[in-house]
Ligand binder design. Structure first.
Ligand code: MD3
Ligand code: FE
Length: 225
C-alpha cells in the first residue's frame, strides 16, 4: 500500500480500508435515504430509548378494522400516535398508563433535526416520535401518514437493528412500489410533494443484530399539531 514517500501513481482515496462517506440516495423528488446517518448517535440513542420504554412500554395495538398490529408501538414527545377500535389519533396521554408520554429525549430531537437539515428540510421541530418494534415476521401494510394536522413538515424515520425491506409507493394505493432495503443506522426523510406517498414494510426476515438482537426498531419523527 502506498502511504508515504514517493508520489503515488493513483491516490489511494478509494483503498479498501478507507471508509467511504456514503452518498445520500434520492428515492423521490423530496425523499432521501441517508445511509448510516444515525450510526454515530446509536450509543446515545439506546440509553434514551431504554428510559422512554421504562415509562411507556411497547404494546400491541388494534386497528379500527379489528386487526392486531404485528409491530409493537410506543411513543414519546408531546403527542403519541394511537390506534384502537375507534380509529387512529394523536393523544397527549398514553392510554395504557394514563400519564403524558415521556418527553422527546434531546438526542432524539437533535438527530431528527440534523437529518431533516441534511435532506433539505430546515427548521423541523417534531412534537412526536412513534417507536415501532418489529420481530421477524412483523410487517406494516401499505399506508399513508395522514393523521397529522398539516403536511407541510417532513417525516424522518430512523432504522435500528435487523434489516427491513421498505416499500415506497406513489400517491395511489395501486401505484407501483420501489423496494428500498434499510439497515441499522439508516435514516429516511421525506416531505413536500412526497409527504403523502404510500409506504410500508415487508415482513421482517429472521436475523440477529449484534447490539439489538432479533428485532428492528424504527423511530418516526413527525409534527402532529
Ligand atoms: C413515506 N413506519 O409508523 S416510515 C409508520 O419502518 C411507518 O416502521 C415505518 O411508516 C417503519 O407510519 C417507517 C419510513 C418511510 C420512508 C420513506 C418514505 C416512509 C415514507 C417516503 C415517502 C413516504
Ligand atoms: Fe408510515
Amino acid at each position: 500500500m502506498h502511504r508515504k514517500g514517493t508520489t503515488p501513481a493513483t491516490l489511494d482515496l478509494f483503498a479498501e480500508d478507507t471508509p467511504q462517506p456514503q452518498a445520500n440516495e434520492q428515492i423521490g423528488p423530496r425523499s432521501w435515504v441517508l445511509r448510516g446517518f444515525a450510526l454515530p448517535w446509536v450509543d446515545r440513542l439506546l440509553p434514551a430509548l431504554d428510559s422512554v420504554l421504562t415509562q411507556a412500554p411497547f404494546r400491541q395495538m388494534v386497528t379500527p378494522g379489528g386487526h392486531v398490529m404485528s409491530a409493537a408501538l410506543s411513543s414519546c414527545g408531546r403527542y403519541g400516535w394511537i390506534t384502537d377500535h375507534q380509529g387512529y389519533a394523536y393523544s397527549p396521554i398514553d392510554p395504557q398508563t394514563g400519564e403524558p408520554w415521556p418527553a422527546l429525549p434531546e438526542v432524539f430531537l437533535k438527530l431528527a433535526q440534523q437529518a431533516s437539515d441534511e435532506a433539505g428540510f430546515q427548521d423541523f421541530v417534531p412534537d412526536t416520535c412513534l417507536i415501532n418494534r418489529y420481530i421477524p415476521g412483523a410487517k406494516m401494510s401499505l399506508h399513508q401518514d395522514k393523521n397529522e394536522r398539516g403536511y407541510e413538515w417532513p417525516v424522518v424515520s430512523v432504522s435500528l437493528g435487523i434489516p427491513a425491506m421498505f416499500l415506497f409507493g406513489g400517491h395511489a394505493r395501486s401505484d407501483a412500489t420501489q423496494r428500498v432495503p434499510l439497515f441499522h443506522g439508516d435514516v429516511v426523510a421525506w416531505g413536500g410533494e412526497d409527504r403523502l406517498r404510500f409506504h410500508g414494510v415487508m415482513p421482517i426476515k429472521q436475523a440477529e443484530h449484534p447490539q439489538l438482537g432479533e428485532q428492528r426498531i424504527n423511530f418516526t419523527f413527525r409534527k402532529a399539531r
